[in-house]
Design a protein around this ligand. Structure first.
Ligand SMILES: [Zn+2]
Length: 279
């Protein structure tokens, strides 16, 4: 049998978790929000608007066909960075199915990027050879705040650097880059205090942290997904950045679902509050 892992709770326990995550302490109608609910096993119906629903019917997991324990195992593997190949073995699902699930989990990660300030390192890296992509990555030193931008080619110029800065870097930031020409006089384009490393002189200190991040990113992609196509690069970079900036989301399936499944009901609750205030 496949479910002998201690990390995977019983089906009843998973159901309990999901109920708490999606609805909080009391079940309510996902449409009209009333708590006057009739229950029949795992099915519910609203006594006010007569909507029929189940635990997951109004979430992005509505069409899940996997048994709950198998689903929890796949999600657990993804949160813990178990590679696709190994996850397929553990769950006895095909690699294609695992890629599909990992894509789905990733697609529900929050999308926002931080604005960087105080002291920022900025550098670029290249993926996919000559027809590949250039990636700008900025990191606020002494924090978990990072921002990135992916170009559709491998020829970044000063304009791209400037665009990155005005999108993600606050004014009056101290900006450290390497000696690349695209950063020359960048402070004439955006109000930063700019320091440049000259690599030929063995000065790496100014961008060492962000260069280290590129190494970790490449290892992450290779280990977890084996390789990356240009199409997939934005997705994997987004996942990597989210893991770095919000590690708490990846503590367990519970933590991840609490943020991604609860959002829908939370926005519903906010709407409800607005409706009440307007009355
Ligand atoms: Zn209802």
């Amino acid at each position: 049998m496949m479910y002998q892992f201690r990390q995977i709770p019983s089906e009843a326990k998973i159901r309990k978790h999901l109920r708490k995550i999606v609805f909080g302490s009391n079940i309510f109608c996902p449409i009209c929000k009333t708590r006057k609910i009739c229950k029949n096993n795992d099915r519910f119906w609203c006594s006010k608007c007569r909507t029929r629903f189940s635990l997951l019917s109004h979430t992005w997991l509505a069409h899940t066909k996997l048994p709950l324990q198998q689903f929890w195992l796949v999600l657990w593997c993804w949160t813990q960075q178990v590679p696709v190949k190994q996850t397929a073995k553990l769950s006895q699902l095909s690699r294609t199915t695992i890629y599909h699930w990992f894509d789905l989990f990733r697609s529900h990660l929050p999308d926002d990027q931080d604005t960087l300030e105080h002291l920022v390192q900025l550098d670029e890296a290249y993926f996919g050879g000559r027809n590949g992509r250039a990636l700008f990555l900025g990191k606020q030193i002494g924090s978990r705040k990072i921002a990135y931008q992916i170009l559709s080619h491998t020829n970044p110029n000063r304009e791209h650097a400037w665009k990155f800065l005005h999108s993600y870097v606050a004014a009056d930031t101290v900006l450290n880059t390497d000696g690349a020409a695209i950063y020359k006089h960048i402070n004439d384009w955006w109000p930063v205090y700019h320091n440049r490393d000259i690599h030929k002189k063995f000065e790496f200190a100014h961008t060492s942290e962000v260069e280290g991040m590129f190494g970790v990113l490449r290892t992450f992609i290779r280990r977890m997904y084996h390789h990356v196509s240009c199409d997939k690069l934005p997705d994997y970079v987004r996942e990597f950045c989210c893991r770095f900036s919000h590690p708490e989301m990846f503590d367990s399936p519970y933590e991840y679902l609490l943020i991604t499944l609860r959002l829908a009901t939370l926005s519903g609750l906010i709407k409800l509050c607005v409706d009440i205030i307007r009355r």
